[in-house]
Design a protein. Structure first.
Ligand code: UT7
Length: 323
C-alpha cells in the first residue's frame, strides 16, 4: 500500500519577541490574565519587511535539509496560510520559485488554524493516488498584520511563525504498524462563519481587515470537537489513544489543549505544548510544535503522533502519523 512518510520537518520564528508585559504597557491587560486564561507568555512578530513567504521559505529550507531532500525533487507544495503575501497568486508559487523547484505544482490551502491538517490531508491524498511522490507541506502566518492591536480580546492571543514537513511516497503493508500518514479526518461547519473571521477582504471591503473572534464560542466548539475528531482519525487507522506516543495539538490555548488531552485519555506528559513561547500561530502551530518536540529529542523516529486543530470556518481536523 502506498503511504506518505514524514521524512523531515523544520521551523522558523521571527527574531522580534513581544512579551505579555510589553503588551500590558500598551493596552489594558496583564501577564497574569494572559497566562491564566491562555498559557501564553510571549509571541514572535515578523519584521516590517518580512513576509509570509519569507517565513515559509526559512522553515521549508530547514525541513528539506532535515529530510535530505533537494527542492528540485519536490513535485508538490501545499502551503496553508490565511495571511498570504498577495490576494493571488498563491504564496506557494513564490515559495516554489525561491526554493528552486521548477516542476510539479504548488498551491495554497485556506483552512485558517486547521490549515496544516488540511495540507497534510491534501498532500497525503495526492501521494497515495499517485499524483505526487515528494511533497512539502507548510504552515506560514503573519497574523501581526491582521490584528487590531487595540482589541485586547484578540491581539494578545496570536503570533507569527512557520513550520514545514516533507512527505515522501513509500510502500507500506497497509497495517497500523506502517510508518507515514495513517489517517486524516476533516470537518467544517460554516454556520459558525462569524465566530472567528476577518472583517475585510477583496470582495467585501477591498481592505485586508482585522481578526474578530467570539472567543467563548470558539472555545466551546474546540473542546467539544477536537477529541472527537482525533478519536475518529485513530479509529480509522485501527488505533486507540493508548497507542499514541505524542499529541501534537494546535496551540491556541493551554486550557483547550489540556481538556482535549483529558477527553482522549492522553496525559500531559505525552503532549507537546509550545503555546507559552509561540502563542497561536494558526496554521504554523502544529509544525512548529512538531519541530520543537523533534529538536529537543522527545519525539523519536517510529513514534505515533496525533495532530489536531480547529479554526475559523469553523474547520477542524486530526491526523494520525507514525514517524
Ligand atoms: O486558533 C483558533 C481557535 N481559537 C481559539 O481556540 C480561541 C478560543 N477561545 C479562547 O481561548 C478564550 O475564549 C479566550 C482566551 C479568547 C478568552 O478567555 P475566556 O476565559 O473565554 O475569557 P472571556 O472572553 O470570557 O473574558 C473574561 C473577562 C472579560 O471581562 P468581564 O466581561 O468578565 O469583565 C473580558 O473583557 O476577561 C476580559 N478580557 C481581558 N482582560 C484582560 C478579555 N481579554 C482580556 C485581556 N486582558 N487580554
Amino acid at each position: 500500500m502506498r503511504r506518505s512518510r514524514l521524512v523531515g520537518c523544520g521551523a522558523y520564528l521571527p527574531d522580534r519577541v513581544l512579551s505579555n508585559d510589553d503588551l500590558a504597557g500598551r493596552i489594558d491587560t496583564s501577564d497574569e490574565w494572559i497566562r491564566t486564561r491562555t498559557g501564553i507568555g510571549q509571541r514572535h512578530v515578523a519584521a516590517d519587511d518580512e513576509l509570509t513567504s519569507d517565513l515559509a521559505c526559512a522553515a521549508s529550507r530547514k525541513a528539506l535539509e532535515s529530510a535530505g531532500v533537494d527542492a528540485a525533487d519536490l513535485d508538490l507544495i501545499v502551503l496553508a496560510t490565511s495571511t498570504p503575501d498577495n490576494t493571488f497568486p498563491a504564496t506557494a508559487t513564490k515559495l516554489q520559485a525561491r526554493l528552486g523547484m521548477t516542476g510539479g505544482i504548488a498551491f495554497d490551502v485556506q483552512a485558517v488554524c486547521a490549515g496544516f491538517v488540511c495540507a497534510l490531508s491534501v498532500a497525503d491524498s495526492m501521494i497515495r493516488s499517485g499524483g505526487a511522490d515528494t511533497a512539502l507541506i507548510v504552515g506560514a502566518e503573519t497574523y501581526s498584520r491582521i490584528l487590531d492591536w487595540d482589541d485586547r480580546q484578540t491581539c494578545v492571543l496570536f503570533g507569527d511563525g512557520s513550520g514545514a514537513a516533507v512527505l515522501r511516497a513509500e510502500d507500506g503493508d497497509g497495517t497500523s504498524d506502517d510508518r507515514g500518514v495513517l489517517a486524516v479526518r476533516m470537518r467544517s461547519d460554516g454556520r459558525h462563519y462569524q465566530a472567528l473571521y476577518v472583517d475585510g477582504g477583496v470582495s467585501t471591503t477591498q481592505t485586508s481587515g482585522y481578526l474578530r473572534m467570539q472567543g467563548r464560542e470558539v472555545f466551546r466548539h474546540a473542546v467539544a470537537n477536537l477529541a472527537e475528531i482525533a478519536g475518529e482519525a485513530l479509529e480509522a487507522a485501527g488505533l486507540t489513544p493508548a497507542d499514541v506516543d505524542w499529541l501534537v495539538p494546535h496551540q491556541a490555548n493551554r486550557r483547550i489543549i489540556d481538556a482535549t488531552g483529558k477527553k482522549l485519555g492522553i496525559p500531559a506528559e505525552k503532549t507537546i505544548v509550545t503555546v507559552e513561547r509561540h502563542a497561536n500561530t494558526s496554521s504554523a502551530s502544529i509544525p512548529l510544535a512538531l519541530a520543537a518536540g523533534i529538536d529537543d529529542g522527545r519525539i523519536a523516529s517510529g513514534d505515533l503522533l496525533v495532530m489536531e486543530a480547529i479554526g475559523g470556518g469553523l474547520v477542524w481536523g486530526a491526523g494520525v502519523v507514525r514517524l
